[in-house]
Design a protein around this ligand. Structure first.
Ligand SMILES: [Zn+2]
Length: 136
C-alpha cells in the first residue's frame, strides 16, 4: 500500500505539507498504531478534526509532522475538556431545575393548604430540600 504514494509527498506532513522525511525523529505515522495522549487512535482524531475520512487510499501522505501532531493532541484534549465542562454545566442546571420544581410545589402547598403564618415552617422544609439536593 505504500507504493500508492509518490516519493516526495510521502515525506511531507499530510496537514501542513512541511517536508519531514520518514524518519521517526520528525514524523508520526498516521496508520501505524499511533495514539494521542488520551489514548485515542491518531487516525480517528485527525479524521474528526479535519472532518474527512482518512484511509490509506484517500490520503496523499501517511505521516504528519511533530508540530501538527502536537496540535491534534491539543485539539483532542480541549474537546474532552469541553465535553466535561458541558456535562458539568448540564448537571448543575438540571439540579437547579429540580430545585425550582420543588420550590413551586412547596409554594403551591403553602398557598393552598396553609395560612401565611405557616410561612416559616415551609421555608425550613424548603431549605432542607435544597440542602438535600445539593448533597445528592
Ligand atoms: Zn504538519
Amino acid at each position: 500500500m505504500m507504493a500508492d504514494f509518490d516519493k516526495d509527498s510521502m515525506q511531507c506532513c499530510l496537514v501542513c505539507n512541511t517536508k519531514v522525511g520518514l524518519s521517526a525523529r520528525n514524523s508520526i505515522p498516521i496508520f501505524d498504531e499511533s495514539y494521542t495522549i488520551s489514548k485515542k487512535p491518531l487516525v480517528d482524531v485527525i479524521s474528526a478534526v479535519l472532518g474527512i475520512d482518512i484511509s490509506h487510499d484517500s490520503v496523499h501522505s501517511p505521516i504528519i509532522c511533530k508540530k501538527c501532531f502536537k496540535q491534534f493532541n491539543e485539539a483532542d484534549e480541549l474537546k474532552s475538556k469541553v465535553t466535561k465542562l458541558k456535562t458539568e454545566l448540564c448537571n448543575s442546571y438540571k439540579k437547579t431545575i429540580e430545585v425550582h420544581k420543588l420550590c413551586d410545589i412547596f409554594q403551591n402547598e403553602e398557598y393552598n393548604d396553609h395560612d401565611y403564618t405557616d410561612n416559616t415552617e415551609s421555608q425550613n422544609i424548603l431549605t432542607k430540600v435544597k440542602c438535600y439536593i445539593k448533597l445528592s
